[in-house]
Write a protein that binds this ligand. Structure first.
Ligand code: ZN
Ligand code: ZN
Length: 697
């Protein structure tokens, strides 16, 4: 079956017009071309670029070209197989490019599905009307209807939240604050259904889809009766190019009325948006970590504002950024105080490990509690955010520790098959056989140092020989579909003890889970990153929320050597607000975000000094500009420093932090300073990049 898109009606334009085109190339554009075919902004064209042919997007039709017409080449083809990208979408891309200081082409083109931006898709596909090429879409998907599900009755707080959202007739940001199980999803679904009934469309962002296919199913079951079969499109990075293209086209043609997606879905080409939802808004996965380093949560706010529609940020542990906005009245806070099923929150117990005799990192208290739950036919989750068998291998006689030859980190011991181990570097992918003797002293007694999920799993199997144990982490779920299969067996009651990393914390509703044990939480507490406690608290709240969601007598045991730390004390009381108050005071007194704004220039080179020299020159150049502008008071330039893990894959890394309480001053510096950086003599010897609003420092 071949599906052709309807031909696009082209406007009349005079021949030999100039077009301004953006391309996904590292040189900042835009680039001008001559175009003898009818074309408008938002259309894609095939153009020559150097020796290559590339697909670019037309962003303007200038009266005069920006450079000598003799140097200007011709557009080879206009791609008219989809409607031009709408003006509001181009405006949104333009904002993202300016805010994150990247060329527009690096925003616009990667936002399209791969076949729509690869010249190879169009080779040999010119149709009869000359320059217009079309893409064939074979195997159009058959979308099966899911059976409609019952609509639960909302409690008073949920109803109040829905009312507030649907009453907003223009832009308004809401922070939907409610603990796990308080029924935030019902609020989204009701508000979404009402937007659909008004003929509007809904964009719903979630941190992760692959792990929670139930969410997609329940969304479709609830909203397809309103949106129509096929009215829900799912966009995430786990789709194949073909799947993503088909979903994207359904959105672009207006067939899909709800988009459910991960961060990349913020660039979905939607029309008539009536509501944007960002679930688990604090989740770090909303931040893209390479290329255009955008925050989908922050862009959602801008897009909602630009479109004049409400946006709902939901979380049990909001980011301090969003919390401060709510405290200052920029966002309206909507509280969902109680768990929707009216069961009590799990009780939290801190086990002080300082004077305890531990068994493979597990306290007697935890093991006893596990035994009791297993006897009672309940499931137990052991949470350890460290995959592999052990963080390193070491020699007790001379102190040798397994080290990656390419990075300044330890190689992690992994069990590859039962009884066989390998050393893996989690930073560069280096793999190595386990040496039979210490490379330094020849001693044959090499021991694992510390423990990861595999080792805990192995030891639990010895301690609880009757229990069925499953492990969910990045290693056990590498094969496509294996994560779903593992989660399904937990849901089906075929697992008694689940050992897992943060992968298990997200969104899963385990009906029979009575106890959560948290091992080695302190590892995150003493990270140099000022956001570490915030992230730890969010993670502990999230994983705690897995316990007793249905039984009502769930328990969480957190093992720590620092029970007096505010993050653990707040966790004991399920007191996010108290934790936020404490953290905000700390941040405010140190003038850290959200009380200031940051940008991070990082550089890498084979030699650390080369990277540091580049940053030093960059710093001097920024200082010079600031002196000219008399803005030295407004922006703090820190000294360039090496990263904690300085060498990764044989490249040495360093960074320069910029900070200001005045965002426009910082943006103005970045705008003027970045174009200069490539002209610095040191720039040729390094790879550098800039991140605006970095999440990790
Ligand atoms: Zn040794
Ligand atoms: Zn490495």
């Amino acid at each position: 079956m071949v599906e052709y898109s309807p031909p696009v009606a082209l406007p009349e334009t005079s021949a030999s017009a100039w077009v301004r085109v953006v391309l996904d190339v590292p040189i900042p554009g835009p680039f001008d071309y001559r175009c003898t075919f009818p074309v408008t902004s938002g259309m894609r064209v095939i153009v020559p670029f150097g020796r290559r042919k590339l697909i670019g997007m037309v962003v303007g039709l200038p009266d005069e070209p920006a450079y000598d017409p003799k140097l200007i080449k011709n557009v080879e083809a206009v791609l008219a197989d989809i409607e031009p990208m709408p003006e509001h979408w181009l405006r949104f891309a333009q904002f993202a490019a300016e805010y994150y200081q990247r060329p527009l082409g690096e925003v616009v083109l990667p936002a399209l599905p791969l076949p729509l931006r690869s010249v190879s898709s169009y080779q040999g596909k010119r149709s009869g009307d000359g320059p217009v090429a079309r893409l064939d879409l074979k195997r159009a998907p058959v979308i099966k209807a899911v059976s409609a599900s019952e609509v639960p009755v909302l409690n008073e707080a949920q109803q109040g939240a829905v009312d507030a959202i649907v009453c907003a007739e223009s832009f308004k940001a809401f922070l939907l604050y409610g603990v796990t199980g308080s029924g935030k999803t019902e609020v989204y679904l009701h508000a979404a259904a009402q937007a659909l009934e008004r003929g509007k469309r809904v964009l719903m962002l979630v941190p992760e889809i692959n792990l929670t296919p139930q969410f997609e199913q329940s969304l479709r079951a609830r909203l397809e009766p309103v949106a129509g079969v096929g009215g829900v499109a799912v966009l995430h990075s786990g789709l194949s190019d073909g799947e993503r293209l088909r979903a994207w086209l359904r959105v672009q043609r207006g067939q899909a009325r709800i988009v459910l997606g991960t961060r990349l879905a913020i660039f979905a080409p939607m029309h008539d948006v009536g509501l944007i939802v960002v679930d688990e808004e604090h989740d770090p996965s909303y931040k893209q970590q390479d290329g255009l380093r955008y925050s989908a949560r922050d862009l959602a706010i801008w897009r909602a504002h630009d479109l004049g529609v409400p946006v709902v940020l939901g979380s049990a542990t909001p980011s301090l950024e969003s919390w401060v906005h709510a405290e200052r009245g920029h966002y309206q806070r909507l509280d969902l105080p109680a768990r929707a099923r009216a069961v009590t929150l799990p009780s939290v117990r801190l086990v002080d490990t300082r004077r305890l005799k531990m068994d493979h990192g597990m306290s007697p208290q935890l093991l006893n509690a596990m035994r009791a739950r297993l006897d009672n036919k309940e499931q137990v989750l052991v949470f350890l955010n460290r995959r592999g068998y052990a963080p390193a291998l070491h020699c007790a006689s001379c102190g040798w520790v397994s080290q990656c030859p390419r990075c300044t980190t330890f190689t992690v011991l992994h069990r590859t098959t039962p009884g066989r181990h390998q050393l893996h570097c989690h930073h560069c992918g280096y793999q190595q056989r386990v040496p039979s003797a210490c490379p330094d002293c020849g001693d044959q007694d090499l021991q694992p140092m510390g423990r990861g999920t595999q080792r805990i799993e192995e030891h639990l199997a010895e301690l609880f020989p009757e229990a069925r144990i499953a492990r969910i982490d990045a290693d056990s779920t590498r094969k496509k579909g294996s994560a779903q299969a593992l989660f399904a067996s937990v849901h089906a009651g075929e697992v008694d003890i689940l050992v897992g990393t943060q992968m298990v914390a997200k969104g899963h509703d385990f009906a029979n889970l009575g106890l959560v044990g948290v091992l080695n939480a302190d590892a995150m507490l003493f990270s140099q990153d000022f956001r570490a406690p915030e992230r730890l608290f969010a993670q502990l709240m999230q994983v705690s929320g897995r316990a007793g969601r249905h039984t009502g007598h769930g328990e969480v045991i957190v093992q720590t050597g620092y029970p007096e730390q505010p993050v653990y004390q707040a966790l004991l009381r399920h007191d996010y607000a108290g934790f936020a108050r404490h953290s905000m005071q700390e941040r405010e007194s140190a003038a850290l975000p959200p009380f200031s704004h940051q940008a991070l220039l990082s550089a890498e080179a084979r030699d650390l000094n080369v990277a540091l020299d580049f940053l030093q020159s960059a710093r001097a150049s920024a200082l010079e500009w600031m002196t000219q502008q008399q803005s030295t008071e407004m922006i703090t330039l820190y000294d360039p420093v090496p990263l904690r893990i300085v060498r990764v894959d044989n490249m040495c890394r360093a960074q320069l932090l910029l900070e200001s309480t005045h965002r426009p001053a910082l943006q103005s510096l970045l705008r003027n300073w970045l174009p200069e950086l490539n002209d610095l003599p040191e720039a040729r010897k390094v790879r550098w990049q800039l991140e605006v609003d970095p999440l990790e420092i």
